[in-house]
Design a protein around this ligand. Sequence first.
Ligand SMILES: [Zn+2]
Length: 269
Amino acid sequence: MVFGATYACPSCRLRMARRDACPKCGGAVASLSDPSTRAAAAGGRAALPVASLAIGAATTALAAIGVARDMTALAASAGAVGLALAALVAWRDRRRTGAAQPLRVYAPEADEEGTTPDEVVGIARRATVAIESPLGGESCLAFGLRGAAVGGEVDDADGGDFDVVVSGGGVVMVSLEHAVLLPMDGDEPRTLPSGEEHRLESFLRERGLAASAPLTLAESRLGEGDTVRVVGRVRGAAVVAEGSKPRSRVLAGEPDAPLVVTVVARARA
Ligand SMILES: [Zn+2]
């Protein structure tokens, strides 16, 4: 379950955490908070391939005014026009067929090769926010949901950066910017009671999905006091001040090597 997968490549039908380029096509990745990205992701009204058309038009214009005098430039301009036409045809087909394929969540494999990730095991402690899990309604530091909603797959997590108190009293802060939460045994699917869809509305909308009933999702929860294992990479020797208590280490992930959070044991009630 991926934290913050609120960006998408509409043409690859992939949803992902913030990153510079689509891992599949290398194209631009856009935030789903942008209505035009959401519309393109929903597939109802595909966006005009403006960039391709502009390149095609500009190249054609350059050729027309005589900039492209030799054959190489002419060939390049023909190629650009071809690309623009292909983009236009794809756009027209998407409009004609209407709905696009559902969005899939892109979850890069955790980096376990060639490098030595850092592992921390300890007790989870609130560092930023405590939130309410949307299905169980329980206070937690982070939660994950798996299943399907209108518009695509749900394989998502949300929460605030938290601390891990290791034995001996050291504290490591966990950054969830590029992170995944692994499901725990016993995270059974539950159906959101009818009329309670609003609890998931903003969470799903931020991900280009709709909260239509019935919503059946498996919920995972990381609670305060739970024992967690976090695998990522210690960032430098950063000291993050928390009042008079400095945190000596920050554990974080990267776009292609996300931090992995596993709940090892529940806190005793
Ligand atoms: Zn792509």
